[in-house]
Design a binder for this molecule. Structure first.
Ligand code: NAP
Ligand code: ZN
Length: 372
């Protein structure tokens, strides 16, 4: 039996916020805008949201203190602002970090859980409505029920996961991505790719999620191919290429909303928490070597991923990543031992169609990084 559920209304296209400002009105007369420190102010997204709110007579307050890999302190601070201003809904503008922080803020605004219960997904019963405006093309958080928050108690990134965290609306306008620098564009595109590939290698993969995943993989690989061709020239993607990545990222989000992520994300969280390696980059470094591991047990499945990528072998994917990810980090033996042990104990493992052993995970780390 296959199931598919994604309750978010998606509105996509140039100027979609201004042209649909009446959609905000349904959610009340006061909003909190949750965003990062600077990019929303320079790429035009914050201005478009504010103009739409003013046109509809909606009051707003801006909380613009969200950092990459948002912390517990940040989401409690944002929730406090939402509570004091009696915000009726939350508008998230930015990459995965502001979108995820906004989801946690939406939850805490209505139910100010003690910190010790924030990551207890059985405690999440209500949240303010969320409207998402992605300005990176990678996480797909605008269409998922997840919010990844840094968990210092467990020393990792942990997922708040609940159907109440699906945004009500996602406004997708690639205009805001035109200024996204090369490095962030590549890392986030690889994150989207990883969602769709992991989705195909997940226990809950089904014909619906696979259809979304294959289309998403094809689109990301097409634009990565374009980027590769102009690698030594000034970085310049067209609106159409940006929109293709934005769509691919959303499709990848729709995939993981059904399948969850697998071992690659689980391994990547340690790389981000302990080594400050960017989320998408971490996935890109690991994904090819993980595919090689799975290929030994499930060659036909990996072949279908490669077919969607329009390449012949996993090594061709690894070679492509060598170009995009440039000089690799080194890892010590102790780090590899620690990170594979931690990944092996995550719930993500039971999502994997072929469950890797701890030694298998360690071999992926060894292959992905030069050992110090
Ligand atoms: P991010 O941490 O949201 O943003 C990275 C950087 O990009 C920030 O410095 C940000 O600046 C800048 N930026 C954002 N949009 C820009 C634009 N249009 N132009 C120029 N700069 C821009 O990065 P991300 O990769 O999108 O998100 C990663 C987070 O998402 C991680 O915490 C990851 O765990 C999570 N994630 C969540 C899901 C999910 O389903 N919820 C899935 C995958 C990953 P400002 O700070 O100034 O905005
Ligand atoms: Zn991801």
């Amino acid at each position: 039996m296959s199931q598919y559920h994604m309750p978010t209304k998606v509105v996509m296209g140039k100027n979609c916020i201004q042209d649909n400002s009446e959609l905000f009105k349904v959610y009340g007369d006061t909003a909190i805008i949750v965003t990062g420190r600077s990019s929303a102010k320079t790429n035009g997204s914050e201005k478009d949201v504010v103009t739409a709110l003013e046109k509809e007579g909606i009051d707003y307050i801006i909380y613009d203190q969200v950092m990459s890999n948002p912390t517990v302190a940040c989401v409690y601070e944002g929730a406090q602002v939402a509570r004091v201003t009696k915000a009726k809904f939350v508008i998230a503008i930015g990459g995965g970090s502001p979108m995820d922080a906004a989801k946690a803020i939406a939850l805490l605004a209505l139910d100010y859980l003690p910190e010790a219960q924030l990551f207890d997904n059985n405690r999440h019963h209500k949240a303010l409505p969320i409207i998402a405006v992605p300005t990176t093309a990678g996480t797909g958080s605008e269409v998922t029920q997840y919010a990844m928050i840094t968990n210092d108690v467990l020393e990792t990134k942990s997922a708040l996961a609940s159907p109440i965290l699906f945004p009500q609306i996602a406004f997708m306008d690639a205009t805001y991505l035109m200024s996204l620098p090369k490095r962030i564009t590549i890392n986030t595109a690889i994150d989207a790719l990883s969602h769709s590939v992991e989705g195909m290698l997940a226990v809950r993969a089904n014909p619906i999620s696979d259809a979304l995943a294959k289309d998403s993989i094809g689109k990301v690989m097409q634009v990565l191919g374009d980027i590769q061709k102009m690698y030594d020239q000034p970085f310049d993607l067209s609106y159409e290429q940006r929109e293709k990545l934005l769509l691919a990222s959303m499709l990848g989000g729709m995939v993981i909303a059904q399948t969850g992520t697998t071992a690659v994300h689980a391994m990547g969280y340690s790389l981000t928490y302990f080594r400050q390696i960017d989320h998408g980059r971490a996935n890109g470094l690991l994904l090819g070597h993980f595919m090689k591991l799975i290929e030994k047990e499930a060659p036909a499945l990996v072949k279908s991923v490669l077919k969607a990528m329009k390449i012949e072998t996993v090594d061709m994917y690894i070679d492509l990543m060598e170009i995009f990810l440039e000089e690799k980090e080194t890892m010590t033996k102790a780090e590899i031992e620690k990170f594979s042990d931690r990944a092996a104990r995550t719930p993500n493992m039971k999502n994997c169609i072929v469950v890797p052993t701890k030694e298998g995970l360690a071999s992926v780390f060894r292959d992905a990084f030069a050992e110090q």
